[in-house]
Each structure stands twice: as structure tokens, then as C-alpha cells.
Design a protein around this ligand. Structure first.
Ligand code: ATP
Ligand code: MG
Length: 230
């Protein structure tokens, strides 16, 4: 699913290399935990994997496509079609209701909209199904804005959103940091269950090493990255 070869990246030409990865492979359906100190380049690496930026050197292949060989517009479509993203916080759109927040990726990807419709008849019904799966009642809010959900509920909605249209790669950048211990555990089991249902590959970034045990593989930034960044 992910193949990196000789990937080098720095934000500015005058900076030292931030990312210098000779090789990294993640297989289909693998669940990988990525850790490293603040500033070590984890989010930067996720941006390279999503084709938000391209490296100055090397290749980044996702599901067989070399992102570095694609024009920016094509990379943007590829990301919208193939990658489900979960961020740390502030990830729900306040003026959209619960269902429309989950449907959002289908507005950017006709592929994901089609797959969602094939599953449930309409993108809204697929959003409702995903919300129920993660134990959120799609109608629980009434007229209340999504911002009034608890942090744990908002993170679960973000999981539903990343999964709609069944992207085969789910990338999560510290999605649990706002959650307390109990909620964190139930969030993790729901995430694993849903990722397994879709058969997706999961790349999960966190500072919380106690979460690593449930993953197939643990990657440490300083071990895969040969740049000086710590
Ligand atoms: N848009 C940007 N422009 C310039 N430098 C940036 C940009 N984004 C990040 N950096 C720099 O790149 C380095 C790595 O940042 P990055 O966000 O990838 O680290 P991280 O490992 O995700 O850290 P954290 O655990 O705090 O999220 C930092 O020194 C940061 O200042
Ligand atoms: Mg980060």
C-alpha cells in the first residue's frame, strides 16, 4: 500500500534535511503505529504520503501510484479518492450537521460518493450507517451544532468521515490526544473494527506509546529517518 524509496524533504532550501528515508514499505491491511518526538517530522511525512507535498528526491508510491510523478491536480484527486484522514482536533465543520460532516469527503471525490451510494443507496444513508456503527445516533443533535459533542464523540464522527467511500488507506495524526484513558480505549477498538471491515491499511501517529501494542507494527521516526531531526 505504501512504498517509499530514497525520500528526501526539507521545508526550505536553506534548511537541513528533515526527512531522509531510504526505504519504507507498509503492506495492504497492515496497521502501523508511528511515533517520534514533537518536531521529528511525523506530520510532514504524512503530508508526503498524502501527496500534499512532494519530496525533492525519491518516490512515494501509494497503492501502486507514484505520487511524485503526478501533477498537483491529479495528486489532489488521488488523495481525495484513496485516503481517509483523521486529525487531532477541530476537524468537524461547525456549520454542517452530523450527517453532512461525514458525507463531506464525497463532495470532493466522485469515486467515494459512488462507493458510498453502492453500499447504502445514498451518501447520507451510508453516513448514518457508519455513525451507528461507531455508536453515534445520527439524530442525537437535533438543532445543536456539532461543536457541542464531546471530544470523544467528535473523534468518532471523524472516524466515520475518514471511512466513507471505503478509502484503502486511513491516516490518523494523533487522533486520541484530546481523549481521556477510557474513551481512548473504546475509540481505538471502534477504529480497528471499522478499518478491518473496510480492509483498509492504517497508519496511526501518536505520542502515546501504550497504544502501540495493538498494532501489527511499530515504527520509530528516528529509526526510519536518517536525517538529523530528532
Ligand atoms: N509548513 C511548514 N513550513 C515550514 N516548516 C514547517 C512547516 N510544517 C512543519 N515545519 C517544521 O518541520 C518540522 C517537523 O514538523 P512536524 O509537524 O512534521 O513534526 P511532528 O513530528 O508532527 O511534531 P508534533 O508531534 O509536534 O506534531 C518542525 O521543525 C516544524 O517547524
Ligand atoms: Mg504532528
Amino acid at each position: 500500500m505504501i512504498e517509499l524509496s530514497n525520500v528526501r524533504f526539507r521545508w526550505r532550501a536553506s534548511d537541513p534535511l528533515l526527512i531522509d528515508i531510504a526505504k519504507l514499505s507498509v503492506g495492504n491491511g497492515e496497521r502501523v503505529f508511528l511515533e517520534g518526538p514533537s518536531g521529528s517530522g511525523k506530520s510532514t511525512l504524512l503530508n508526503l504520503l498524502g501527496g500534499v507535498m512532494v519530496p525533492e528526491d525519491g518516490t512515494v508510491s501509494i497503492d501502486g501510484a507514484d505520487l511524485t510523478a503526478l501533477r498537483q491536480g491529479v495528486r489532489d484527486t488521488f488523495r481525495a479518492d484513496r485516503i481517509g484522514l483523521i486529525f487531532q482536533m477541530f476537524n468537524l465543520i461547525p456549520y454542517l450537521d452530523l450527517v453532512d460532516n461525514v458525507v463531506l469527503p464525497c463532495k470532493f471525490s466522485t469515486r467515494r460518493a459512488r462507493i458510498a451510494r453502492e453500499k447504502s443507496g445514498s451518501v447520507e444513508d451510508e453516513a448514518r450507517r457508519l455513525l451507528r456503527n461507531i455508536e453515534i445516533d445520527p439524530d442525537m443533535l437535533g438543532d445543536r451544532p456539532v461543536a457541542t459533542l464531546s471530544a470523544g464523540q467528535q473523534q468518532r464522527v471523524a472516524v466515520a468521515r475518514s471511512l466513507i467511500g471505503s478509502p484503502q488507506l486511513i491516516i490518523a495524526d494523533e487522533p486520541t490526544s484530546a481523549l481521556d484513558q477510557n474513551v481512548r480505549q473504546s475509540f481505538m477498538s471502534l477504529l480497528f473494527k471499522e478499518v478491518a471491515d473496510v480492509g483498509a491499511t492504517l497508519l496511526f501517529v501518536s505520542h502515546d506509546a501504550s497504544l502501540a501494542v495493538d498494532f501489527d507494527r511499530r515504527l520509530i521516526m528516528s529509526e526510519i529517518n536518517e536525517s538529523g531531526a530528532k
